[in-house]
Structures are given as C-alpha cells and as structure tokens.
Design a protein around this ligand. Sequence first.
Ligand code: NDP
Ligand code: OXD
Length: 306
Amino acid sequence: MSIALIIPDRKLDDLQQRLQQALPDTAIEIWPELEDPAAVEFAVVWKQPHGCLNGLVNLEAIQCFGAGVDSILSDPTLPDLPVSRIVDPALTDAMVGYLDGIVNYYRLQLDVFSRQQQQSVWRPKSPRKLSSVTVLGLGELGGAVAEHFHKAGYQVAGWARSGKHLQNVQCYAGDAQLQQAVAAADVVICLLPLTPATENRLNQDFFQALKPGAIFINVARGAIVDETALLAALEQGPLAAACLDVFRREPLPGNDPLWQHPAILITPHVSAVTNVSTVVSQIADNYRRAQQGRPLLNPVDRLRGY
Ligand code: NDP
Ligand code: OXD
C-alpha cells in the first residue's frame, strides 16, 4: 500500500517526511520512481503529465496539492475517481495578506512612484481614492477576501455562479449580472476557478464594463482572462492598472510583452502557496478516508470543474 507524490519540478522531501510521520505504516513514494505502481492507492498531484495516473491500476482517490484543480481535470485520460483539493485557513490568510498588500500598493500610488523613480522624477501625489472592491468568485478564498475588504472599510460586491447571501457583501450571480457586479468597482479581484464556463470569460465586454480608472487583479488562473481585451482596456481605457499573479503559460516566457507593460505588475504565482506543514493532516485524513471508503474532505465536483 503506498501513496505517490506526483508533483513534478518541486522538492518533495519535506512533504514526504511529514506524510511519513503522519502515516508511519504507509510507503510514501515520489513519482516517477515508484517501487510498485500497482501498490499505489492514493496520489497527491499537481500539474501531472497527462496519462501518468493510468498506470496506477489500484488507485482509489486523487488529492490535488493546491486549491485549483484545473490542471488535474484537464487530463483527458484522468481515471474516474474521487478528486479532492486543498482548503486551508493558512492558504486563505496568505491570499488575503497578498491582496491587502496589492490593494494598498495601488492606493498609495506605489506603481506611479516606481515609474517616477526610474526617471528620477520627484512628484508627490495623494493616495488614490479606492473605496469599492468587487470579488469575482465567492468561494473559500473569495468569501474571505470580500469579508476582509469590508472590514478594511471598502464597499464590497461579489459575483458567483449561484446566488449568495453574505453579510456586508452586495452579491450578484450568473452571467447576466457580471457587468452589474463590476460597474462601480475601483478594484476588481478575480478568484474564480478555471473551468469551461470561466475560460476567457473576462473578455472585451467585461473590461469595457469597468469603471474608468479601475484596477484589475488576477490571482486565479491566466486563461480566465482574454489578454488582448485586457491590454486594450489598459491602453485605451477604462483600466488604469493590472496586477497579474497567474498566466496561461507559467513560467511566463521571457519575451512575453506583459513583462514590459508599464501598467502591469507581475508576480510569479505566489499569492497563496500551499503550506506543507498545515496541509499534511488533511492529506493524511483523506488517505484514510479513501481506504475506508468514506467521502473525502474538500471534494471536487468533476462535472462542474471545481
Ligand atoms: P472555490 O471553489 O471555493 O470557489 C469558487 C467560486 O467561484 C465560487 O463562489 C463559485 O460560485 C464561483 N464560480 C465558479 N464558476 C463560476 C462561474 N461560471 N460564474 C461565476 N462564478 C463562478 O475556490 P477557491 O476560492 O478555493 O479558489 C478559487 C481559485 O483561486 C482556485 O480555483 C485557483 O485557481 C485560484 N488559486 C490561486 C492561487 C494562487 O497562488 N494564485 C492559490 C489558490 C487558489 P458558487 O459559489 O456559486 O459555486
Ligand atoms: C492553487 C494555486 O490553486 O497555487 O492552490 O494556484
């Protein structure tokens, strides 16, 4: 009986060690060096090469090592097994902290001062008047982010697939209400999952519905955004600036024009990184649940795509 860690391009010693401590009687192996693929019952997965799960003939469940499962579900050969994902207060806190920092970066005009510094320009400016935030996606992360900005004194709106009743958040739902949800926002934050319904959903109509001078922050997935429409909105309005943490291709290729755009702030997919020490217990718990045939924690609806 074993667990396979299928997380290419990442040092896995810490995760392996901690899982081993939590499950002393189970072999924890790092793909592709699996002693006996037929012994693998549970896989912890992130951006797996498509097809690699098929050789694990006794696999019972798939645990995503992050919150977003788009890269797992995009494998056309994915075995028909339960998939679970990470939901972790430490991940949520990290996302809230990152977004708080980014919104304050723009509020304090640090983007403008950074450009002025490059030209040795001394030109004081008052903080931007940012008073409203719309959060696209009101799930585990988006809900907490909305609550945070309410507490910080912003008018907060949010948009989800289904109707929500969140205290202090003006909630909108469904395709028909997207433009209404963002029309008054000084800052729009994307925390949607990437699914067939959200791919390229933030398109020209979306960007043209934003308020003049709005700031857009994408911490979800790059493919949710139509990049041509984003660039047009930055160059011709209404967008003033964009912060992008996620991209269609990661790492973002060195020759991508996004790097050089003066109104774009780029961070390398760091807004909320899975914390090994805080997620080990839920992974171990899900392994035991899979073995006992019990429902997994934080299950993914494979049909919905998140
Ligand atoms: P959840 O699944 O908890 O929430 C998703 C939210 O999006 C829900 O409110 C859902 O609506 C809404 N939604 C889904 N589809 C649509 C749609 N078609 N139209 C409108 N709303 C929709 O996800 P999390 O909050 O945990 O995470 C969100 C995403 O953040 C992840 O999928 C991942 O891609 C990204 N992420 C990025 C990180 C980074 O480091 N950059 C770190 C962690 C996550 P409803 O409530 O009605 O179902
Ligand atoms: C995630 C991520 O989805 O890191 O957890 O992007």
